[in-house]
Design a protein around this ligand. Structure first.
Ligand SMILES: Cc1ncc(COP(=O)(O)O)c(C=O)c1O
Length: 353
């Protein structure tokens, strides 16, 4: 890496290896031609093991949030009862999308820094027997906490067998194993700029057979995000609208389907990244507040470091610390600085060819 380049220590986008950047710099091709069709097929088939599904996956040119919106509008109807389990700002966002499109959203608001408790989800579902969908965040990037999706899904399946389980795994998938089919999850969303180590611009969304069926009767409005149109077009080797071709080149280059390294070998972050986070970059005053999630090499500041120290870190490592607001719901935590400064790096390196 060029020493003058940004040394990103933010939870996405990830810095790109030279081969991936070069792949993105290629001349455009006809996205309705055979070369594009081959790339698309390879990506869509290649990501399935990472979702842990044999169902169809759709690839949409959009940020991760567009993928979350697609999950909601394709499977739900205005007036549907939805349980939003929020453990941080991305859980709040998922619930807000559902509410904006007319769902009746009840929220479980977990204290930031904690994972969702399956027992609490069970109680809430028992109180609301008509729940149509539950929204979960896999890896909550804003707090660096990962939810126990298999346990949560098992409780939902038991108490509300008819409810759809929609999971935001924008920053989780590709970094840690996921077994969508085995866990009974219905929709999973991920984004190209996280563990996939490509530029931002693509969301990949897997839907179970149950979710694909639900799309036939769901009535929330959708045009660009209509997953049925994407699936139909993918079957013909295309996307319904002009895709982010440069990111597709990069995705193809980082295609995790390469069997030589095997599923799981991508789960460890490159050694340099690991050392950078856990070693030199953490001064005694800047150390992990808790055990970091396996998806993010992430450290929060425990004390109140000098501003000059933070500025130095930002300059050297492009660390982020999100301004002067306290974490919502933690206003009483006097031991935390305004909001904990954070050094982070999405883990994962899906396949190197
Ligand atoms: C867990 C999670 N969900 C959703 C998003 C939103 O993704 P985007 O910024 O690409 O819309 C992010 C982005 O950091 C995220 O980490």
């Amino acid at each position: 890496m060029d020493r003058f380049e940004p040394n990103l220590r933010i939870p996405g986008p990830t810095g790109l290896p030279p081969t991936v950047r070069e792949a993105g710099a290629r001349q455009m091709i006809n996205h309705r031609g055979p070369e594009f069709a081959a790339m698309l097929a390879r990506i869509l088939d290649g990501v399935k093991p990472f979702f842990g599904t044999t169902s169809d996956v759709a690839m949409i040119t959009t940020a991760g949030t567009g993928g979350l919106e697609a999950a909601v509008v394709n499977t739900l109807s205005p007036g549907d009862q939805v349980l939003g389990v929020s453990i941080g700002s991305f859980g709040d966002r998922f619930a807000k999308i559902a509410r904006t499109y007319g769902a009746e959203v009840t929220k479980i608001e977990v204290e930031w820094g904690q994972a969702a408790d399956p027992a609490v989800v069970r109680e809430e579902l028992q109180r609301s027997p008509g729940t149509r969908a539950v929204l979960l965040t896999h890896n909550e990037t804003s707090t660096g906490v990962m939810n126990p999706i298999p346990e949560l899904a098992a409780v939902i399946r038991e108490v509300a067998p008819g409810a759809l389980i929609l999971v935001d795994s924008v920053s989780g998938l590709g970094a840690v194993p996921f077994e969508m089919d085995a866990w009974g999850v219905d929709v999973v969303v991920t984004g190209s700029q996280k563990a996939w180590m490509a530029a931002p611009g693509l969301a990949m969304i897997a839907a179970s057979d149950r979710a694909w069926t639900a799309m036939e009767t769901a009535t929330m409005p959708r045009v660009y995000l209509d997953l049925r149109a994407h699936r139909e077009s993918h079957a013909a080797g295309q996307t319904p609208f002009t895709p982010a071709i440069a990111v597709v080149y990069q995705g193809r280059r980082r295609d995790p389907a390469d069997g030589r390294r095997g599923c799981g070998s991508h789960l460890r972050p490159p050694r340099g990244v690991r050392r950078g986070i856990t070693g030199r970059a953490h001064s005694p005053r800047l150390r992990p507040l808790r055990r970091p999630t396996p998806c993010l090499q992430d450290g929060h500041c425990r004390g109140r470091p000098r501003r000059s120290r933070l500025e130095d870190l930002q300059r050297r490592a492009q660390a982020t610390w999100p301004g002067a607001r306290r974490w919502p719901r933690q206003a009483d935590r006097q031991d935390l600085p305004a909001r904990p400064p954070r050094l982070g790096h999405p883990r994962g390196d899906p396949t190197v060819r």
